[in-house]
Structures are given as structure tokens and as C-alpha cells.
Design a protein around this ligand. Structure first.
Ligand code: GUN
Ligand code: ZN
Length: 441
């Protein structure tokens, strides 16, 4: 339908494979065109070629949004973060466990109030869109109210978002504790209400092994098996004190990951945050079950949790993506997250090319979530979630990007120097949802 056809001219970047394993994984059109029809990608390619073809097909002039000098790419996918922790981002503590006790649990308590939950959800979504993130795997709190508030806000903006009620029936304050049965019942109710309603997707969300009884983990695993197309998310092997705690709580398990494995929680559509302290057996099990790792560098450095082992994960072929882990993470920006991921990789004497980082923040996330073909690149028929990056967003970035001699160098400068200011515009399902100059068409 030509009345709903929209065309955007800029440099265009997207991926059809992982650049770490394929030479022609990325698609770059220096003078490119992205064509959108009815909220979906119709085509992405060279401006000259596509516009000529279109003119003859439409027998009319096409109105083209001119973003020349900027770069269009798929919206970022952030595979692990907590919306209730927005208001406590940048709270210092000497490690994960004291941080949870001192800041996280008291902050999450407030989400029994639906007005508070909606207020934070709206701010959180604004902030994601300002940073160019169009899909995220999000934790709510134990309170079902926090889930309704988030999905309601996301649905109103027509965003593809994944979230779920946190399950936690031990080792937490009374005011945040559910029960094994009650927590699962609430989760199933929310799943039936929200999963696949519009663009919303549900994630069964046990917080992490220490805050669930064996009974709750068992029931969570069974719920996941009953709904194989729903998501499952949790934390794993983030911090050494936590790993020791898990060992004492589950003495018969071979490893931390083995606890989740025992309850049938290793499966496609499962997303494990952090995964710093794994061994090769754990990684093998994750790869063969298509269980994914959300790498959270800003959080891991902030909380002193450790350095993610890219080489170990790649050796086994575990599905990988990047995540902010706000509020343990210190930025909503996936560009800032790339910056820190790059430095973490360097500390482990490996090297993350910019192409790989942009892959991990787009198609890598979509693949980890089994959503390739729906989001993550510009193949025809995918949902039109895309962003416009400005290489001249700041004086320094302008100066540096003018002096780059390859696409790799330009993307690297964007990853290392970029942040929310770099995102000129964000589109969700073909609609403008954030504009840096403040004008929403
Ligand atoms: N482990 C259990 N809960 C959390 C949380 O909220 N944030 C982080 N970073 N790790 C956790
Ligand atoms: Zn987390």
C-alpha cells in the first residue's frame, strides 16, 4: 500500500550473521535507503538502485526522509535490566550481596503501588528510547502490579518488550517474599494475560537460585516446560560470594548452572545474566540447549563482579548478547555498554571489533531470544524498529569520525565515544518514538 510506504535515506548498517564467524556478516550501504510499509521492513539497500526501482513501480515520486550524513541501523536489544532499579542507579556498595540488601530490596518494595510503578515504567521506557534501545528483557519486582504497569506502558507505545514477575520465596525481606505455589500461580496468570498480546512477551523470572526454594525452582522449570514459547530469565554465576552461597544451598549440584539444569531451565528462550564464573562443562550445556548469556560489562565492573570470558563462551558457541543490567549497570546506553565490553575483552587479551559489538547489540540479541526474522536486522518482513545515529553528535565525535578511514573505524568511534546524544531518532514498528530535536512527527 503506497500510502503507508515510508523511505529513509542514510548510510544503512545491519547484519545477517555473526562477524566473528562469517566474513560477509554485515551489510553496509554508504548511500542507503530503508523502505518501510505498514510497520515492517519492505527493503534495505542502495539508494540509487532502490529508488529507481521504486519510481518505476509507483509511477510517482516517493517522499524520502533525508538522514544523509547519519547511520540507520536496527534498534538496540538490551537482554538484561531491571526497570524498578531506575531510581537507584549509581548506588555504591562493596559487592553484589550488600548492594541487594542496602539499595535494591528497599527500592523494589515501592512497586506494590501501581501509580509509582507506572511512573517509573514510563520514565524507564523514555530513557531506553533516548538511548536507541527498542527491545529489552526486563525484570519487574515480585509484585504482579509491577508487571501490569510495565506491559501497559509498553503496549501503549507498541514496543516489543519482554518482562515478568520476579519469583523469590526465601532469603529476602518479608515484604518482597512470595511462596512457591503463589508465585508460580501469579506468573502463569500474567503469562496468559500478556504473552504475545500485541508485541508483548512474557518471561518466567526466578531472581536467582539463592532466593528460590528447590520447590519454587522445580515449579518454575515445569511452568517453562508447559509454555515452551515463553521466556525464562535469571542471574547466574555473577559474583564469587554468590557462587559460594549457591554451593552451600545446593550441595549436591555440580555447579551453579547445574542447579538450573537440574530443574529443566536450560532451554531455548532462556536468558542468563552475567555468567562470569562458569566452567567449560557449563558452557557446553548452555550451547547444546541454546541457553543464552546476557553480558553485562558496566554492572560487572561497577559491582566488582569480574571479567566476562569471551574466548571461553565463543569456544563452545554459547549464544551471546550485550546488556546494561541497570541499576547494577551504570548506563542505559548500549554504546556505553560496548565501550566497557571492549575494555573487558582487552583485559582478557582478546579483541572485540566494532562490527562484532554492533552485531551483539542487535542481531545477537534477537538470535539469543529466538526472534531472528522478527527483529534485529532489516530482512524484508521484520518489524521496523530502527535508529538513526549521528556521527557528529558531539564536537569530539565529529572531529574523530571525520578522520576515520573505514566503516570499522567509524563504528568503533561511535561505540567508544557515543551515548544517548548519538541517537538522533528512534522508530518502533515504523513510528517515530524518540527524536533528539524534540519533534515527534
Ligand atoms: N542477582 C540477584 N538479583 C540481582 C539484581 O537485581 N541485580 C544483579 N546485578 N544481580 C542480581
Ligand atoms: Zn540483573
Amino acid at each position: 500500500d503506497q500510502s503507508t510506504l515510508q523511505a529513509y535515506r542514510a548510510s544503512v548498517l545491519h547484519f545477517s550473521a555473526d562477524p566473528a564467524h562469517h566474513a560477509d556478516a554485515h551489510h553496509w550501504h554508504e548511500d542507503g535507503l530503508l523502505l518501510i510499509a505498514d510497520g515492517k521492513v519492505a527493503a534495505a539497500g542502495d539508494y540509487q538502485q532502490l529508488s529507481l526501482q521504486l519510481k518505476s513501480e509507483l509511477k510517482a515520486e516517493l517522499k524520502i526522509h533525508d538522514y544523509r550524513g547519519k547511520i540507520i541501523m536496527p534498534g538496540f536489544i538490551d537482554t538484561h535490566l531491571h526497570y524498578p532499579q531506575t531510581d537507584m542507579i549509581a548506588s555504591p556498595a562493596p559487592g553484589l550481596l550488600p548492594w541487594l540488601e542496602t539499595y535494591t530490596f528497599p527500592t523494589e518494595r515501592k512497586f506494590s503501588d501501581p501509580a509509582h510503578a507506572s511512573n517509573v515504567a514510563e520514565f524507564f521506557l523514555d530513557e531506553l528510547l533516548r538511548c536507541g534501545t527498542t527491545t529489552a528483557m526486563v525484570y519487574c519486582t515480585v509484585n504482579p502490579t509491577s508487571v501490569d504497569a510495565f506491559f501497559t506502558a509498553s503496549e501503549a507505545r507498541n514496543l516489543r518488550m519482554v518482562t515478568g514477575k520476579v519469583l523469590m520465596d526465601r532469603n529476602c525481606p518479608d515484604f518482597l517474599q512470595d511462596t512457591a505455589e503463589g508465585g508460580i500461580r501469579d506468573s502463569e496468570e500474567l503469562l496468559k494475560k500478556w504473552h504475545k498480546r500485541g508485541r508483548q512477551l512474557y518471561a518466567i523470572t526466578p531472581r536467582f537460585a539463592p532466593t528460590s526454594t528447590e520447590e519454587q525452582l522445580q515449579l518454575a522449570g515445569e511452568l517453562a516446560q508447559a509454555y515452551p514459547d515463553a521466556y525464562l530469565q535469571t542471574h547466574a554465576a555473577e559474583n564469587l560470594d554468590e557462587v559460594a552461597w549457591v554451593k552451600s544451598l545446593f550441595p549436591s549440584s555440580r555447579s551453579y548452572m547445574d542447579v538450573y539444569d537440574k530443574y529443566g531451565m536450560l532451554r531455548p528462550r532462556s536468558m542468563y545474566g552475567h555468567c562470569i564464573w562458569l566452567d567449560n562443562h557449563d558452557r557446553k550445556r548452555m550451547a547444546e540447549t541454546q541457553s543464552a548469556i546476557a553480558i553485562c560489562p558496566t554492572s560487572n565492573l561497577f559491582l566488582g563482579s569480574g571479567l566476562f570470558d569471551f574466548v571461553g563462551a565463543d569456544a563452545e558457541g554459547v549464544p551471546l548478547s550485550l546488556a546494561t543490567d541497570v541499576g547494577g549497570g551504570t548506563s542505559f546506553s548500549m554504546l556505553q555498554t560496548m565501550n566497557e565490553a571492549y575494555k573487558v575483552a582487552r583485559m582478557a587479551t582478546t579483541y572485540l571489533p566494532a562490527m562484532r559489538m554492533f552485531y551483539l547489540a542487535t542481531l545477537g540479541g534477537a538470535r539469543s531470544m529466538q526472534l531472528e526474522g522478527t527483529i534485529g536486522n532489516f530482512m524484508p518482513g521484520t518489524e521496523a524498529d530502527f535508529i538513526v545515529l549521528d556521527p557528529k553528535a558531539t564536537p569530539l565525535l565529529a572531529r574523530r569520525s571525520e578522520r576515520t578511514e573505514s566503516v570499522e573505524e567509524l563504528l568503533f568511534a561511535l561505540a567508544l565515544l557515543g551515548d544517548d546524544r548519538t541517537i538522533s531518532a528512534t522508530y518502533a514498528a515504523g513510528k517515530l518514538v524518540h527524536s533528539r530535536d524534540g519533534v515527534l512527527l
